[in-house]
Design a protein around this ligand. Structure first.
Ligand code: URA
Ligand code: URA
Length: 207
């Protein structure tokens, strides 16, 4: 028995002295066993999220696809390769940011997550945001944006500006999967992420 287990009666509960990395690891262990919704029945893996535990930028997608479900990592398929290029274009390595999803388990046939699935999964994302404490949040696609901002607006009604939500400055843009289907959206997406970068520099790099 280690000293830790002798002196800490609840080694699994996050404590006030834990680092963001430790808190995320603890939360990830509880997500790994989650059976709160039907998506747990068809998943291969829970895709918790990954990245810099103290990132200034937190990227939120919709939910894992087939490749993500297989690898247990977010945005590693075709959409993920495009996301990596979008981030690099504004000077971020993948490891600089934190990447998560609205739902942690793959919806069958890549359908949109249902509202009860979103509601049962949301506490994980809310805790991830609380732990990482980003300044800026990038919301990819309408599902992520409507869920976080609590509205039913169209993508085009939300993109192109900074939207304050709680203590976070949010930017909404097209989901990479949408860009792969409709390249005409790449230009407005480019404008959105340039605006994001300028805002990030203002709020994260000042002083
Ligand atoms: N699309 C998403 O929304 N999230 C992923 O992790 C991968 C693809
Ligand atoms: N419409 C959506 O709902 N999402 C996108 O990413 C683009 C268009």
């Amino acid at each position: 028995m280690t000293q830790d287990s002798l002196f800490d009666p609840h080694p699994e509960s996050p404590g006030p002295g834990d680092s963001p990395a430790m808190e995320l690891a603890t939360l990830s262990r509880s997500a790994a066993g989650c059976t709160n919704c039907r998506l747990s029945l068809t998943r291969s893996n829970v895709v918790f999220g990954e990245g810099n535990p103290e990132a200034g930028l937190f990227v939120i997608g919709e939910g894992p696809g087939a490749e993500e479900d297989a690898q247990a990592r977010p945005f590693v398929g075709r959409s993920g390769q495009l996301l990596d290029r979008i981030l690099l274009a504004i000077g971020f390595e993948r490891s600089d940011v934190y990447i998560g999803n609205i739902v942690k388990c793959r919806p069958p046939e890549n359908r949109n997550p249902l509202s009860d699935e979103i509601e049962s999964c949301k506490p994980f994302l809310m805790q991830q945001l609380e732990i990482v404490k980003p300044k800026v949040v990038l919301l990819l696609g309408r599902v992520a944006a409507n869920t976080i901002l609590g509205n039913t607006l169209s993508l085009s009604a939300m993109r192109g500006r900074i939207i304050r939500w709680n203590q976070f400055d949010c930017v909404v843009t097209y989901h990479p999967a949408a860009l792969l289907r409709n390249p005409n959206w790449k230009r407005p997406c480019w404008e959105d992420v340039q605006m994001l970068r300028a805002h990030y520099d203002k709020v994260c790099l000042k002083g």
